[in-house]
Design a protein around this ligand. Sequence first.
Ligand SMILES: [Zn+2]
Length: 346
Amino acid sequence: MLVLPPSFPIGGMENPRLTFLTPTMIAGDRSLVDLIAHELAHSWSGNLVTNASWKHWWLNEGFTTYVTTRILEVLYGEEVATMNLQLEQEEAIESLKDIPQAKQALLTRDPDTGSSTYTDEGLAYPKGAWLLRTLEGRAGRAVFDPFLRGWFDRHAFQSVTTEQFVAYLRSNLLAQHPEVMSEAELGEWLHGAGIPAGAQHAKSQRLVALDATTTAWLKGELTTAQLDTKAWTALEWMKFLNDIDKEADKARLQQLDAAFGLAKSSNDEVAFRFHRAAIHAGYREVRPQLQAFLMRVGRQKFVVPLYTALRANLDDRAWAENLYKSARERYHPETQTSVDKLIRQR
Ligand SMILES: [Zn+2]
C-alpha cells in the first residue's frame, strides 16, 4: 500500500499489488481502516472479476462495498459492522437529493464518461452493496455465501456485465429460491431511481442509543458538558455530526468545538463533517481551520461538498472563491475540474 500526498483526489485505487491510498485515512486511531478492507476486497471484485465497461461499474464498487462490511464484521464484530452499514445506507439516502433521478439506477453510467462527478459514482457503492445485502438477508448466508463465492470462481479473470450477473443470479439463486426477489424488484434495483422500498435497513443498537442523545442535545435537554463522548468511536462522531448538520446553531457548534476541538480533529472524516455543519450554521470563526483543511486536503469526497456548502450565501461564496485561487494548484486535475464547475455556477 502506497500512501499518496493529500491531493490524491479519491479514497484509494486498487492497483494490483500496490494499492494507492489517501493519507486522510490515517486518523491516528485506526478508525478508518475500512478503506484498507475496501481496497483489498477489490483484489476479487474489480481485479479478478472486472466490470466490462464503466456502465457496469457497480459490479466493481457495489460488490467491493458489500465485502468491506463483511470484512469489518470478521475483524471488529457484528455491532461495528452494522454501525458502518447503517451510516453508509443513511448517507446513500441523503445523497439522493443531489443526484438527478435518471442517474440513480445501478445500470446507468454512460460508458464513455470514465470519470463523472463523485456523487454519481458514489451511489453505485452503497446501492450495489445494498442489493447484495438484501439478497443475503432474505436468502440467509448458508445460501448466499456459496452463491457469491461461485460468482468469483466462475468469472475469475473475465470481464463481466450486469446481464451476466442477472443470468447467474437467476440460475444459481432465484431459480431455487424465487421468494428471495421478484423480477420486478430486481428491475427496480438495476434500472430504477432511489432505493427500492423492500431494501433491508441496517439498525445498530449503539446508533439507536446515540439518536436519543442527539435529539436531547438538539432540544437543549442535554448540555454540551453532559455529552458522554468518552466511549464514542469515530463512527459515532460522524453519525452525530451528520444528524446535527443544519440543525445545530452557531452557539452550540462553538461549545462543541471548545469542548472537543472538532475543527482541528486529526480525523478528517470528523473535521469535514464539523466544517460542513459550521458553514451551514454561519460559524465563521472557524474559517482559519477550514482554510487550513481546504489548503491541505484535495480529496473530492471532502472538498466538493465543502465548496458546495460555501456557495449557499454570498459572503461565504466570495471567501471560498478567493481561497480557491490559492488552493487550486494544490488539487489534482480531477478535483480542479469538479470545483471549477462549482465556482463557475452562478
Ligand atoms: Zn472501490
